[in-house]
Design a protein around this ligand. Structure first.
Ligand code: ARG
Length: 459
C-alpha cells in the first residue's frame, strides 16, 4: 500500500508516525502560506510566459489560489501533518480544487528554491515593518529629549558620577544607536531581496525559464546568480538576526538604565503603572516588568543568532534538511523584536522624569571637577598640573561634605591663585553643560540641534 506522499512511488513503506512528526514543519511554516502562494503565482505566470504552462492552467491556478487564500484567512484551511510542510499542503489543496493544472505548478521548481523564496519574501516584509517601528520609537525618544533638552542629570562612567549631561542628550544617544540599527536592517534587506526561484533543487532546470521576469513580479532587486548558493545559504537570515540582536542589546541597555533610574534609591524617573506590576506579597512594590523582560528577551534573540550560525556551520552544499530549522528562530526573532519595539515606543511616552532628583545627584558627585580643571588650563596651567590641583580641591570639599561650587573664593584660591570670581559660572551644572557647545556635545543648544536633525530625517 502506498502512502499519500509526493514521493510515494519510490518507497516501499510509509514513514513511521514519529518520523512524520519529527520531520514535518507545517505547524510552524504555515505562517509562510501567503508568501508561498505569492511565489507560486509569480512562478506560474513566468512558466506561462515561457510557453511551459497554458493560459487555461494559469487561470485555474490563479482561481484556486485565490480560494485557498480565503480559506486560510478564514481559518478554514485543513492543515495536515501528513503533507509535511506548507508547500505541499497548499499544492495538494490546489490540486484537489483544479486537478492537473495544480500538479503542473511544480514544473521547473523544487521545494528547495521555493522555501528559500518564501522566507525571503516574508523577511522582507518583516524588515519593512521593523524599520518603521524603529522610526516610531525614535520619535517617542525625541519627544522626551525635547522636553528635557535642558534637564541636568549626572552622566556616569563606571556607574560613578562623571560629568553633567542633559537627559535629552542621554535619550539622543539611544536615538543614534537606533539609527544605525535601522541602517543595518535596510542594508540587510538588499541581500534578502534576491530571487532563489529557478535554482530548482540545486542545479537549475531544463525548462526555458525567465528568472528576471519572476524577480520583477515579486519585487526582487536581482536573482541569486548561483543555483547551489541560492538554495543552501541562509546568511541573510543570520544577518537579520544579528541586526535584530543589536537592536535588542541596545534596548536591553536602555532597560537596565530605566530599571536603575526607577529604583527608589535613585528615583530619577517613574514609569507609568500600565507598564509595571505589583508584588503578590509586598504591598509597596511597583516593578518595572517591561524593561526587565526586554532585557531578558535580548538573551533569547542573541540565542537565535547563535542557533542560526551553528545551523549553517557544517552543512555541505547544497540544500540539507537542517535548513528547515531556520524558521522557528527566525520567526521568533522577528516577533520578539516587533513586540518589543511597539511596547517600547509606548512605554517611553509613559516615562516621568524627576529633574530635582537628577540635579541633586549631580551636586553630590563633584561632577564639575573636570570643568575646574579645564578652567585652569584656559588660564595657562598645563592639564596634568591642573588635574592634580583639582584632585586636592575635591578632597578638601569632600572632607567638608560640600560641592566644589559651595567653597568660598578664598578656599578655592588656596589650591590655585589662578582661580577668580568667574569660576562660579563654570562650577554649576548649567555652566558645565553650556560650555560643551560643539557638534555631539551635551550643551542644550547642541541637543536641540540634534533633535531637529533627527526630526528632519525621520520626516
Ligand atoms: N520544509 C522544508 C524546509 O523548510 C522545505 C524544503 C524541503 N526540501 C526537501 N528537499 N526536503 O526547508
Amino acid at each position: 500500500m502506498q502512502d499519500s506522499h509526493a514521493w510515494s512511488g519510490r518507497f516501499s513503506e510509509p514513514v513511521s508516525e514519529l518520523v512524520k512528526k519529527y520531520t514535518a514543519s507545517v505547524d510552524f511554516d504555515k505562517r509562510l502560506a501567503e508568501f508561498d502562494i505569492e511565489g507560486s503565482l509569480a512562478h506560474a505566470a513566468m512558466l506561462n510566459k515561457a510557453g511551459v504552462l497554458s493560459d487555461d492552467d494559469l487561470a485555474a491556478i490563479r482561481r484556486g489560489m485565490a480560494e485557498i487564500i480565503d480559506e486560510i484567512r478564514a481559518g478554514a484551511f485543513a492543515w495536515s501533518v501528513d503533507l509535511e510542510d506548507v508547500h505541499m499542503n497548499v499544492e495538494r489543496r490546489l490540486t484537489d480544487k483544479i486537478g492537473d493544472a495544480g500538479k503542473r505548478l511544480h514544473t521547473g521548481r523544487s521545494r528547495n528554491d521555493q522555501v528559500a523564496t518564501d522566507i525571503r519574501l516574508w523577511l522582507r516584509a518583516q524588515i519593512d515593518l521593523i524599520v518603521g517601528l524603529i522610526g516610531e520609537l525614535q520619535q517617542s525618544l525625541l519627544e522626551l529629549a525635547e522636553q528635557h533638552a535642558d534637564t541636568v542629570m549626572p552622566g556616569f562612567t563606571h556607574l560613578q558620577v562623571a560629568q553633567p549631561v542633559t537627559f535629552g542628550h542621554h535619550m539622543l544617544a539611544y536615538v543614534e544607536m537606533l539609527s544605525r540599527d535601522a541602517e543595518r536592517m535596510s542594508d540587510c534587506r538588499k541581500r534578502v531581496n534576491r530571487l532563489p526561484l529557478g535554482a530548482a533543487a540545486l542545479a537549475g532546470t531544463t525548462f526555458p525559464i525567465n528568472r528576471h521576469y519572476t524577480a520583477e513580479l515579486l519585487g526582487f532587486d536581482d536573482v541569486c546568480h548561483n543555483s547551489l548558493d541560492a538554495v543552501s545559504d541562509r546568511d541573510f537570515a543570520i544577518e537579520f538576526t544579528a541586526a535584530a540582536s543589536l537592536v535588542m542589546v541596545h534596548l536591553s541597555r536602555l532597560s537596565e538604565e530605566l530599571i536603575l533610574w526607577m529604583s527608589p534609591r535613585v528615583g530619577f524617573i517613574d514609569i507609568a503603572d500600565r507598564f509595571c506590576t505589583g508584588s503578590s506579597i509586598m504591598p509597596q512594590k511597583k516593578n518595572p516588568d517591561v524593561p526587565e523582560l526586554v532585557r531578558g528577551k535580548s538573551g533569547r534573540v542573541v540565542g537565535h543568532l547563535i542557533a542560526l550560525v551553528t545551523l549553517m556551520k557544517a552543512q555541505p552544499l547544497a540544500y540539507n534538511k537542517d535548513n528547515q530549522e531556520d524558521k522557528e528562530p527566525l520567526f521568533d526573532t522577528a516577533d520578539t523584536l516587533i513586540d518589543t519595539l511597539r511596547i517600547y515606543a509606548d512605554m517611553m511616552r509613559g516615562v516621568t522624569v524627576k529633574p530635582a532628583a537628577m540635579r541633586a545627584a549631580v551636586l553630590q558627585g563633584f561632577a564639575t571637577a573636570t570643568d575646574l580643571a579645564d578652567y585652569l588650563v584656559k588660564k595657562g596651567l598645563p592639564f596634568r598640573d591642573s588635574h592634580e590641583v583639582v584632585a586636592l580641591a575635591v578632597r578638601f570639599a569632600e572632607g567638608r561634605q560640600v560641592d566644589l561650587a559651595d567653597l568660598s573664593l578664598a578656599e578655592l584660591q588656596q589650591f590655585s591663585p589662578l582661580i577668580a570670581e568667574d569660576i562660579y559660572q563654570v562650577l554649576t551644572p548649567e555652566g558645565s553643560l553650556a560650555q560643551r557647545d560643539h557638534v555631539g556635545g551635551t550643551a542644550p543648544k547642541q541637543v536641540r540641534a540634534q533633535i531637529a536633525r533627527h526630526k528632519a530625517r525621520l520626516g
